[in-house]
Design a protein around this ligand. Structure first.
Ligand SMILES: NC(=O)c1ccc[n+]([C@@H]2O[C@H](COP(=O)([O-])OP(=O)(O)OC[C@H]3O[C@@H](n4cnc5c(N)ncnc54)[C@H](O)[C@@H]3O)[C@@H](O)[C@H]2O)c1
Length: 339
């Protein structure tokens, strides 16, 4: 890995990975259409801190010609550009399809035709496993648990795309797999649960941990869809960028493979537990309103990350308490980014 392209590189995960790669001396090219609210501030931050050390292309992944040019000379592609919210995908499924399924297809074709055989690391989602309705869920100590999967969901879980977002990301996920099989391309799929960290413009539709932390910081009331006992495993972004680097540096073992990536059982948390940690950190009560469950919301999703540990020797290092505290402190120091 020397010459990297990050699509969606001004976004939350992209910005964190870009700074890490630039710091370690890699050549970095970012392609982003800056459509996500707030990410222009990430770009300004990158330009201020790493002036002249990366290339930026303002383009859309729906434009095949732009991708064809962007992959020139690149050996590693991180394909992050995406329509990222389930809610938005329900409101406008065509745009969601064109960006997520079409964009993934475009990057694969651009890479295939480039002649460089670049690796592609793709950010898929746990939503490809659907609602997992057959799975027995029990309530224990005020939170939901998967009765029969104490170590979480592994990669053998059947695919069951749910919601337009689940379908469009799942399409990209399966095309990545298939281009490895049919064309021998070095594609790696990360099926990720909840990632949180610096430079994340979390809102009610996507990025709930950051959204809760920002709400606690700015004293905004929170809306909970469901009963708040739903559980997710959360992963701090520095641990995720480490996983990307390890997977990219161990393509002999990782190419053509799919990995569930998240905080794992140790970093599972319910919405109510996050609120209580935040009330402790901020010293303030956070007002909460309750609404109906949203379509496709799983009651509990925890990633089984044993495969990533076994194959590229990765595991999260930052505990949920540490990560929440880090993001709270960072957001407090960088409040201007959120105004
Ligand atoms: N954050 C999470 O918890 C999480 C979980 C699972 C999967 N993912 C996936 O990880 C990737 C990165 O997510 P993120 O949290 O950094 O989101 P983000 O919204 O911060 O970043 C996505 C970036 O893509 C850009 N973009 C959107 N549409 C584009 C288009 N048509 N052309 C070019 N650029 C476009 C946006 O402007 C944004 O900068 C996405 O593929 C997302 O589906 C994220």
């Amino acid at each position: 890995m020397n010459n990297c392209l990050i699509t969606g590189g001004a976004g939350f995960i992209g910005t964190n990975l870009a700074q890490r790669l630039i710091r370690s001396g890699k050549k970095v090219r970012i392609l982003d259409n800056l459509s996500r609210a707030g990410v222009d501030k990430n770009l300004i931050w990158l330009q201020k801190n790493f002036a002249g050390q990366f290339e930026f292309i303002k383009e859309d992944v729906r434009n095949f010609g732009a991708l064809h040019d962007a992959v020139r000379g690149v050996d590693t592609i991180f394909h992050f550009a995406s329509q990222v919210a389930v809610t938005t995908s329900v409101a406008d499924p065509r745009t969601d399809f064109e960006i997520n399924a079409g964009g993934a297809f475009n990057i694969l074709e651009a890479a295939r035709l480039s002649g460089n055989s670049p690796a592609i690391l793709f950010t898929s989602t746990n939503k490809v496993y659907g609602k997992m309705e057959d799975m027995e869920v029990v309530e224990k100590n005020g939170r939901y648990e998967l009765a029969k999967l104490p170590q979480g969901v592994d990669e053998s879980q059947p695919l069951d795309f749910y919601s337009p977002y689940g379908c469009s990301k799942g399409t990209g996920d399966q095309y990545m797999r298939d281009y490895a099989r049919i064309y021998g391309m070095k594609t790696v799929v990360f099926r990720m649960s909840c990632i949180y960290g610096y430079h994340q413009f979390g809102n009610e539709d996507q990025g709930w941990v950051a959204h809760f932390i920002l709400s606690a910081l700015f004293g905004h009331p929170l809306k909970i869809y469901g009963d708040g006992k739903q559980v997710r495993d959360i992963l701090f972004v520095d641990d995720l960028t480490e996983a990307f680097c390890r997977a990219a540096e161990n393509l002999d073992q990782t190419a053509g493979q799919v990995f569930n990536i998240g905080g794992g059982t140790q970093n599972s948390i319910s919405l109510l537990e996050l609120i209580s940690i935040l009330e402790e950190i901020s010293g303030q009560k956070i007002p909460v309103e309750y609404f109906d469950w949203r379509p496709g919301d799983q009651k509990v999703y925890v990633s089984n990350i044993a495969r990533a540990k076994r194959i590229f020797h990765w595991q999260p290092r930052i505990s949920r308490e540490e990560g929440i505290r880090r993001l709270y402190d960072w957001a407090q120091k960088n409040q201007n980014m959120f105004k």
